[in-house]
Design a protein around this ligand. Structure first.
Ligand code: NOJ
Length: 746
């Protein structure tokens, strides 16, 4: 292979085109005119995002009202009293010097009132329409109380199931995450930014937060430039191209510099290369946390570093508010630098039409939990469920009797998952509720009262229910508090005495269906052989119960495919399908399990390969995996040309046939491998997928087009290159199987 024909994409040229396309002369003129009228104090005010709004006695403080009146605050988060929203906004647009409207934000992550599955569950649907409609419904509900800004979507690529925030992520794959990113932006922001139901998205956390070493939240991140561009950046780029209005920095440092004061990330990469012209908000206190990072000396220095990096708005802490004037007096920052930040913030407010129509809570009634919203949430949950194992037990048959057991069977708060401040548990329908609403014969015996419960007190009752039923349905997993921010786990098994209870139930000889509700993949190595089916339900949200009922009963089929590799154990993390091959790739011929190593074995007799002696080298389930209630057969892979030029595209197709007896949904996946390159490339990369539904016996030809740009990658020198050589391709049901072919790029 030679590198003579490397094709260079000039990244800078691309970004300047984006800037031009996005610019709006009217808005820029308006910004200019406002800046010329604003005092320094007002400009500083725009950069301040206040985290609290009310005193405990329930009334707005005079201090806060005066601050808004004097233009000293630009935005609020978490003001949930609609009277306060009205009062503050009224003061801002009627009494403040330049009548600049406030922006009210909140973490509306996977639903406001109607709660959808956690983002990792939404990712498991692989369905952009599901992501988009969930985001739209969230915006419709939240904007009714005056919230026009959400701190979502989180676009952090996550390769470590121990990391608590994997629950909030789009999973491990840049291609799938990019598809979802676009859908989220379209959903949250809607078709018209000026509509009173449009909610500005904040793509977060820029960048690399998911790569925290060891999966420990907030931990150090080291990502080289090529990895950054090829893996972590694509979903952010897609979201920016889709018009994301705001972006949040990450808590972590990356390569030694905290993301919130990182000029390379926030100026060179984000503004110059990606052409982002919305505003950047810090994460909660991440400006002042640069002191603990060991990067800033004090608040003033922290503010200076962030401002110099072009970080526009500070969340919750007051370094900007208290330091900007001082920094200007010392000539450490200029008014021009301050104007840059303020212009970005005003641009978003102007684009959203807030000056003409400031956001106020609407007085509309019955905005929450509309029938169609609940239907959409139920459908999203159904499509998110991933069937991991099924030995002829699912779907259930209606003439059987059931023992419904487990800590998550009737836990309305827990099934909502992380980041659900506003969803009401009273509105949540659990599996037990759903069974009660049916004519199915079942007994409910919890066995354990919560997921970490270690008491065996209720075991007997559960075992007796099991003995008196045909099938055991065990709803286990993690409470919502066990995933999410600052909730990383080293062991990712079923907490408490769940494994013990499952083992006891298995002794009854009755078939067991294990339904897992959790914010991450769970290690089920110890119990998988004791159960007959495993269904991953993530934290499924408000309508989790009815969705699970329909899937278990066979009214619907589980639609999900894993958006992350499922490890055997936390100790196998980080683990991801698109890894590098190494010089000594593991395989079955060179692997000896720790228990099979002969005593006194010679040093190299057990295969010097990249594996663990005790956990092997394969995950429990691969990325993209998920069973259905039917079977699909892949055949006849065909490629339009075995050899293409750098300016040509190639078409790859395969036949997919439903060879089972039920109608079924399949996610047909396309993977590509660049076999030899100037920097090593992953063993496989997802480059396309298509969701199809086939009747029994029905066959369809699925065609994918690969364009040269899909084969390009970024090198250490920041160049996007396309290198000639051999490419392997697979079309299949997941990342570890499928039928393959190859072609040559000349
Ligand atoms: C901290 C989290 O990291 C971020 O994602 C969230 O949006 C903010 N807090 C605001 O709640």
């Amino acid at each position: 292979m030679g590198f003579l024909q490397r094709l260079f994409f000039t990244v800078i040229a691309f970004s300047s085109i984006t800037i031009l396309a996005q610019s709006d002369d009217g808005i820029e003129a308006e910004i200019h005119s406002l800046l010329s009228k604003m005092t320094i104090e007002e400009k500083i005010g725009q950069t301040s995002l206040r985290g609290t709004s009310s005193r405990v006695d329930g009334s707005l403080s005079d201090e806060l009202k005066s601050a808004v009146r004097e233009g000293r605050i630009g935005a609020f988060l978490n003001v949930m009293n609609t009277d306060y929203v009205k009062e503050l906004q009224k003061i801002a647009v009627e009494e403040s010097p330049n009548k600049i409207p406030l922006l009210f934000g909140r973490d509306v992550i996977h639903g406001f009132k109607t709660i959808f599955p956690i983002p990792l569950g939404i990712a498991a649907t692989w369905n952009k329409d599901v992501a988009k409609s969930g985001a739209r419904i969230s915006a419709l509900e939240a904007s009714s109380v005056g919230i026009r800004w959400t701190f979502a979507p989180m676009l952090d690529i996550s390769r470590d199931a121990r990391w608590g925030r994997i629950a909030e992520s789009p999973g491990e794959d840049p291609f799938l995450a990019s598809v979802l990113a676009k859908a989220y932006i379209e959903g949250f922001q809607g078709e018209d930014l000026k509509s009173s139901t449009s909610m500005a998205a904040s793509i977060k956390h820029f960048i690399g937060y998911g790569a925290a070493i060891g999966g420990r939240d907030y931990n150090t991140v080291i990502i080289h430039n090529a990895l950054l561009h090829n893996v972590y950046l694509p979903p952010f780029k897609t979201a920016i191209d889709a018009g994301a209005l705001t972006l949040m920095t990450a808590f972590n440092e990356i390569n030694g510099i905290p993301a919130t004061g990182n000029k390379f990330l926030l100026k060179d990469l984000l503004r110059d290369e990606l052409g982002f012209n919305g505003f950047i908000v810090s994460d909660w206190a991440s400006v002042t946390e640069m002191i603990a990072h060991g990067y800033a000396r004090d608040y003033e220095h922290a503010a200076e570093l962030s401002i110099k990096s072009g970080m526009d708005m500070e969340m919750s802490t007051h370094a900007y508010e208290n330091s900007i004037q001082k920094l200007m007096d010392k000539n450490l920052i200029s008014e021009k630098e301050l104007d840059f930040l303020v212009a970005n913030i005003l641009r978003v407010k102007l684009k959203m039409g807030l000056f003409e129509k400031p956001s106020f809570p609407s007085n509309e009634q019955n905005v929450f939990y509309k029938t169609e919203y609940l239907e959409a949430a139920k459908n999203a949950a159904i499509e998110s469920f991933v069937l991991l194992k099924n030995e002829d037990v699912l779907p259930l048959s209606s003439n059987q009797t059931f023992a419904v057991i487990g800590p998550l069977a009737d836990a309305p708060h827990e099934q909502l998952g992380t980041w659900t401040f506003d969803g009401d548990k009273e509105k949540t329908i659990t599996p037990v509720d759903a069974f009660q609403n049916s004519s199915i014969d079942f007994m409910f015996a919890q066995g354990l009262t919560y997921s970490r419960d270690k008491s065996t007190e209720l075991f007997e009752e559960a075992i007796s229910a099991a003995e008196n039923s045909d099938v055991i349905l065990f709803f286990g997993g993690e409470e919502s508090i066990l995933s999410g921010e600052a909730h990383s786990r080293a062991n990712i098994d079923l907490p408490g005495a769940q494994e013990e209870l499952i083992s006891k139930l298995a002794e009854t000889g009755k078939p067991i269906v294990l339904v897992i509700m959790a914010g991450r993949p769970i290690s089920i190595m110890n119990i998988i052989d004791k159960v007959d089916a495993v269904l991953m339900a993530w934290h499924p949200g408000t309508m989790g119960g009815p969705a699970l009922f329909d899937v278990l009963a066979g009214i619907s089929e589980p639609g999900g495919r894993l958006p992350v590799t499922w490890p055997k154990d936390g100790a196998q993390s980080p683990i991801y399908y698109n890894h590098k091959n190494t010089g000594r790739p593991a395989d079955q011929f060179n692997y000896t399990n720790i228990d099979d190593i002969p005593i006194g074995a010679w040093q190299s007799s057990i295969g010097n390969r990249s594996h663990y002696l005790d956990l092997g080298y394969k995950p429990h389930f691969p990325f993209g995996y998920g069973l259905t209630y039917t079977d699909f057969e892949y055949s006849d892979i065909s490629i339009s040309s075995k050899s293409i030029q750098v300016n040509e595209s190639v078409e790859i197709s395969a036949k997919v046939k439903n060879i089972g007896s039920r109608k079924g949904r399949e996610v047909v996946q396309l993977y590509v491998q660049d076999v030899v390159a100037s920097i090593t490339r992953p063993v496989k990369e997802l480059k396309g997928f298509e969701i199809i539904t086939l009747n029994p016996g029905e066959e369809k030809t699925i065609k994918f087009t690969i364009n040269p740009k899909d084969l390009s990658f970024v090198t250490f020198n920041d160049e996007r290159v396309l290198e000639p050589g051999k490419f392997n391709v697979w079309i299949g049901p997941n990342s570890s199987s499928g039928i393959n072919s190859s072609f040559e790029l000349k």
